[in-house]
Write a protein that binds this ligand. Structure first.
Ligand SMILES: Cc1ncc(C[n+]2csc(CCOP(=O)(O)OP(=O)(O)O)c2C)c(N)n1
Ligand SMILES: [Mg+2]
Length: 584
């Protein structure tokens, strides 16, 4: 049987080590599906219910494995559905390849069915973006797409007209310039090394500092030992942007945990008070949390030269892999004797942890969302893979899920989209069937891609979906009140019985309503073999308070309440209790 374009593409993907593709079929990619069918012993196809979930799953797969994630969608609507997940991958720097179909090659531009030029639509999201023109073209295109995604940690896109997928190779297809088998499926990793002079200048800056803080982001996920060694050497706290949550365990004495609105108060203090900052593998976006301009001498390490000085003025930039750069830098650093700055952070962290423990064990009814995540944290295994969605749930996950052992954590960090949590878990569970895989999602985010519960059931993926049910788009409610000073509007959600829904999809369903039941129900649900949804009915009036509140925020809050926010008194009561607890 002569090989089709689709065969050539799938075989080349297999050569590159791709063994999993997330997607959903359609008439625009039937040729590719036939090739997937005939190669199914070497490459598995995971069928999702919405193409957006395929792109998220590919992104989650890439985040948790460090490998290329691949997703597949049909021409027109299927490709359009991929976009949000692809932007998520682009924004968080993940290598993802998207493959789509196009209409018949000789009807493009003729207003035919599903005639959407996805290669034009994807111009902004994909760093490599090509339409396959025939059998002599496809292998070269696959090679270039994969190399681009891996080299730049970003999105590539290949689209193939529906009829071209079935074309078979013949000598006549090949132009005289295109030498057969000229391209190779080899990826050569690049390891930039900063010049010696830059390392020495960086060491000088750090050695002079007396209060050194370390901001360690996702670029340090494979450099735990080096970051800890750095912290010991400079006697400085490690502050973790959320994508770098797993860089060091949360209870390690050298970290003050997260940063940002959903971070910890000691992290905020550390960045405000430091006189020297080392930013390693992070483009943490929220500039107001960095030291004020001119306040701290800054050394920044990043794999990309374009990220140096992006958010905060860098005095010295070191371009390279964080682990390798730190290994070169550490011998040049003097061990600091003065431990005061670190000790201060550790003291603050002890009281922050006490406060979190207190807020996570409240017996109040309706149940506080923190209680559920606090209990969940205690029951997770040391190699769990935890994903979260955007919303107040991100705050609870950031503060209560503590990294330990080889645990991994992610969410849509830079795009901050909703609905990624469940599909990330699909990517994780497909890659690691033997690990505990959990997602913590809101009722708003889960509703967006609820059909993926059926995907969990179809593949018997051992994913536990913890849905924090507050019947509201909570984060936006609090933004409207606290940041805008307006009463809430358009955020109320029609309640859904997610446990019943799960059961109707063929998964297990659990409901937690009382704090006293949280532990036993979570224990039972986590022990359940196979997919389960655990809905936790919580207080919609529990605000995700920032680690520190500005006067401006407090005024806006009061203004909104005065202007007729529903439940004003309940909110005041909750906030006051939280504040009182913070002080007592
Ligand atoms: C796709 C998308 N739409 C809208 C938003 C804006 N947004 C951010 S958080 C949020 C509310 C999330 O609600 P839910 O999932 O119920 O979580 P909660 O905040 O209640 O914990 C919204 C609407 C977004 N980030 N992404
Ligand atoms: Mg909600």
């Amino acid at each position: 049987m002569p090989k089709t374009v689709a065969d050539l593409m799938i075989e080349r993907l297999i050569d590159w080590g791709v063994d999993t593709i997330f997607g959903l079929p359609g008439d625009g990619i039937n040729g590719i599906f036939e090739a997937l069918r005939t190669h199914k012993d070497k490459i598995r196809f995971i069928q999702v219910r919405h193409e957006e979930a395929a792109a998220f799953a590919a992104c989650g797969y890439a985040k948790y494995t460090g490998r290329l994630g691949v997703c597949l969608a049909t021409s027109g609507p299927g490709g359009i559905h991929l976009l949000n997940g692809l932007y998520d991958a682009k924004c968080d720097g993940q290598p993802v390849l998207a493959i789509t179909g196009h209409t018949f090659h000789d009807l493009i531009g003729m207003h035919y069915q599903q005639d959407v030029d996805l290669d034009k639509l994807f111009i902004d999201v994909a760093a490599f973006n090509q339409r396959v023109m025939g059998p002599a073209h496809v292998v070269n295109v696959v090679d270039e797409a994969i190399k681009t995604s891996l080299a730049y940690r970003t999105v590539s896109h290949i689209t193939i007209p529906k009829d071209i997928q079935d074309w078979t190779s013949s000598k006549e297809d090949r132009s005289s310039a295109n030498v057969p088998m000229h391209s190779s499926g080899v990826y050569a990793e690049s390891h930039p090394v900063p010049p010696r002079a830059a390392l020495e200048s960086a060491a000088q800056v750090i050695n002079k500092g007396s209060r050194v803080a370390i901001l360690a982001g996702r670029g340090c996920l494979n450099a735990r030992e080096e970051i800890l060694e750095l912290a010991k050497t400079v006697a400085g706290p490690i502050v973790k942007p959320l994508l770098g949550k797993a860089v060091v365990p949360d209870r390690n004495p050298y970290t003050t945990g997260g940063i940002g609105l959903l971070g910890t108060s000691p992290s905020q203090d550390a960045l405000r008070e430091c006189d020297t900052l080392i930013v390693a593998g992070s483009s943490f976006p929220y500039m107001e949390f960095y030291p004020k301009p001119g306040k701290a001498k800054t050394v920044q390490i990043d794999i990309s030269a374009t990220r140096i000085g992006l958010r905060h003025q860098a005095d010295i930039g070191l371009v390279g892999d964080c682990g390798a750069v730190l290994r070169a830098l550490l011998p040049l650093l003097k061990r600091k004797k003065d431990q005061d700055f670190l000790k201060k952070s550790q003291k603050r962290m002890a009281s922050w942890n006490k406060l979190m423990e207190e807020r996570g064990t409240r017996p109040d009814m309706p149940m506080k969302p923190q209680v559920v995540v606090h209990q969940l944290n205690k029951l997770l295994t040391d190699d769990a893979i935890v994903s979260s969605d955007s919303g107040t749930i991100a705050t609870w996950s950031a503060r209560y899920i503590e990294m330990r052992g080889s645990m991994q954590f992610s969410l849509s960090g830079t795009l901050a989209t909703m609905a990624n949590g469940l599909p990330y878990s699909i990517g994780a569970a497909v890659a690691y069937p033997d690990r505990q895989v959990v997602c913590i999602v809101g009722d708003g985010g889960l509703t967006m891609l609820m059909g993926e519960i059926a995907t969990l059931v179809k593949y018997n993926l051992n994913v536990k979906v913890i849905v924090i049910k507050n019947n509201v788009l909570g984060m936006i409610k609090w933004e409207q009140i606290a940041q805008e000073g307006n009463p809430q509007f358009g955020v109320q959600l029609q309640p859904i019985d997610f446990a019943g829904l799960a059961v109707n999809c063929g998964a297990a369903g659990f409901t937690i309503e009382r704090p006293g039941d949280a532990e036993s129900i979570l224990r039972k649900a986590l022990a359940h073999p196979g997919p389960a949804v655990i809905q936790a009915v919580v207080d919609p009036n529990e605000p995700p308070m920032p680690g520190q509140i500005s006067t401006d925020q407090a005024i806006k809050f009061a203004e909104a309440l005065l202007r007729g926010q529903k439940d004003a008194w309940k909110i005041i009561k909750t906030v006051m209790e939280d504040k009182i607890r913070e002080v007592v």
